[in-house]
Design a binder for this molecule. Structure first.
Ligand code: HEC
Ligand code: HEC
Length: 308
C-alpha cells in the first residue's frame, strides 16, 4: 500500500481516538443521545474527508505533470500555459462589471437607501400620528403630559422639583435668577429666546432713559434683584428707565423685540428647546427630537411652575 495512505489511516485513527477520549468517555457522553450521536458522526465524517482530500492533493503535487501550450514570455524562467478562461468564470466576471456600473450610476443614487433615512421617516410618521392624536389636549391634561416629558427628559439636570439641583441647571420655579440677570446685562444674550436672531445688548448698549447715562453697577445690582424677585421691590425705577422699552412695563415681553422675563410661556420654552441655551449657569442642550405637542406640553408644565 502506498505510504501516504498508510499515514492517512494512522492519522485518521489517531484523530478519532482523541475525539472519543475527549467526548465519548465524559459523563453524559454519547449515551445514545441522538443529538450527541449526530455531532459525533459529523466529526468522524469531517476527519475522514479532510485526511483523504489532503492525501489527494499531496499525491497530485507529487505526480502531476503540466500540459498545454506554453506562452512565449517567461519571467525568471517561470512560464505560463495558455489556458482558456473558464466560461462560467468569464460570465460572472463580465456580469459583475455590468452590475457594478449599474449600481454606481442608477442603482445607488436612484434607489438610495440608508438606515438613518428610514429611522427619520419612521420618527416623522410617528410624530405626525402623535400630534394628530393629542391635538385636542389642553389645560390640565397638557400640563400632565408636560410633567411626564419633564420627568423623562429634563429631571436629570433640572431635578425632580425643577429647582436646578443646587445651581447645576436653571431653577425653573422662577423665571430668572439674579445671577442670570447680571450675567445677561454684562455679556448680552443671543440664544434665540424669541425664536429670531434678536440679541440683547450688553451693558455698553444699555442706557437709562431718565438719566441719559449708561447703566451703572448700582443700577445692575438693584434691577437684577427686582427682576429675580418676580418684578417687585426696589429697582422698579431702573427697570422702567432701562429695560421696559424692550421687555415691556410689566416685563412680559414684546413680540419680535424681547422675551418675557416676568414669567415663562410655552413659546419661550419651545424656543429654548429648539435652540438650546448658553448662559450664566451653563449650557442647556437643544431638544429637537421632541415633537411639537411634547414641546408645547413641557412648556405648559414649566409655565405652570412659575405661575404658582
Ligand atoms: C434693546 C432691547 C433690550 C433692552 C433695553 C433690554 N433687553 Fe433684555 N433682552 C432683549 C432681548 C432681545 C433678549 C433675548 C436675547 C436672546 O435671545 O438670547 C433679552 C433677554 C434678556 C434676559 C435673558 C432671559 C434668559 O432666560 O436668559 C434677561 C434676564 C434680560 N433680557 C433682562 C434685561 C434687563 C434686566 C434689562 C434692563 C437692565 C434688559 N433686559 C434690557 C432685549 C433687551
Ligand atoms: C444636560 C442638562 C440639561 C437638560 C437635560 C435639560 N436642561 Fe434645561 N437647562 C440646563 C442648563 C444648564 C440651563 C441654564 C442655561 C443658562 O441660562 O445658563 C438650562 C436652562 C433651561 C431653560 C431656560 C431658563 C431661563 O431662565 O431662561 C429652560 C426653559 C429649560 N432649561 C428647559 C428644559 C426642558 C424643558 C428640558 C427637558 C426637555 C431641559 N431643560 C433639559 C440644562 C439642562
Amino acid at each position: 500500500m502506498n505510504k501516504l495512505y498508510l499515514w492517512g489511516i494512522i492519522i485518521t485513527i489517531a484523530m478519532l481516538g482523541f475525539t472519543y477520549l475527549s467526548v465519548g468517555t465524559s459523563k453524559g457522553g454519547l449515551n445514545g443521545d441522538i443529538v450527541n450521536m449526530l455531532a459525533i458522526a459529523g466529526a468522524v465524517a469531517l476527519v475522514i474527508i479532510t485526511v483523504f482530500v489532503v492525501i489527494k492533493y499531496v499525491r497530485q503535487m507529487q505526480t502531476d505533470t503540466a500540459d498545454g501550450e506554453l506562452a512565449a514570455e517567461s519571467w525568471d524562467d517561470i512560464g505560463e500555459y495558455k489556458n482558456p478562461v473558464p466560461f462560467g468564470w468569464a460570465v460572472m466576471f463580465l456580469g459583475t462589471i455590468v452590475w457594478g456600473m449599474w449600481y454606481w450610476v442608477v442603482g445607488y443614487p436612484v434607489n438610495a437607501y440608508s438606515q438613518i433615512g428610514e429611522y427619520n421617516e419612521d420618527v416623522a410618521k410617528h410624530d405626525a400620528k402623535f400630534n394628530a392624536q393629542y391635538a385636542s389636549i389642553t389645560g390640565d391634561r397638557l400640563v400632565e403630559m408636560g410633567e411626564s416629558v419633564f420627568l423623562a427628559e429634563c429631571k436629570v439636570c433640572h431635578g425632580l422639583a425643577a429647582d436646578g439641583i443646587d445651581g447645576k441647571a436653571a431653577n425653573l420655579n422662577v423665571r430668572v435668577e439674579q445671577k442670570t440677570v447680571k450675567y445677561v446685562i454684562e455679556h448680552g444674550s443671543n440664544n434665540h429666546l424669541l425664536g429670531t436672531e434678536m440679541p440683547m445688548p450688553d451693558r455698553n448698549g444699555l442706557f437709562n432713559m431718565t438719566t441719559g447715562a449708561l447703566i451703572t453697577d448700582a443700577e445692575i445690582e438693584s434691577v437684577s434683584k427686582y427682576v429675580s424677585n418676580g418684578m417687585s421691590g426696589e429697582g422698579a425705577e431702573v427697570f422702567a428707565g432701562v429695560c421696559s422699552s424692550c421687555h415691556g412695563a410689566d416685563g412680559m415681553g414684546m413680540e419680535y423685540v424681547a422675551p418675557s422675563i416676568a414669567a415663562f410661556n410655552p413659546t419661550l420654552v419651545t424656543n429654548v428647546l429648539n435652540h438650546g441655551k448658553k448662559g450664566a449657569i451653563g449650557t442647556m442642550p437643544a431638544f429637537k427630537r421632541l415633537n411639537d405637542k411634547q414641546k408645547e406640553a413641557v412648556g405648559a408644565y414649566i409655565t405652570s411652575l412659575s405661575a404658582k
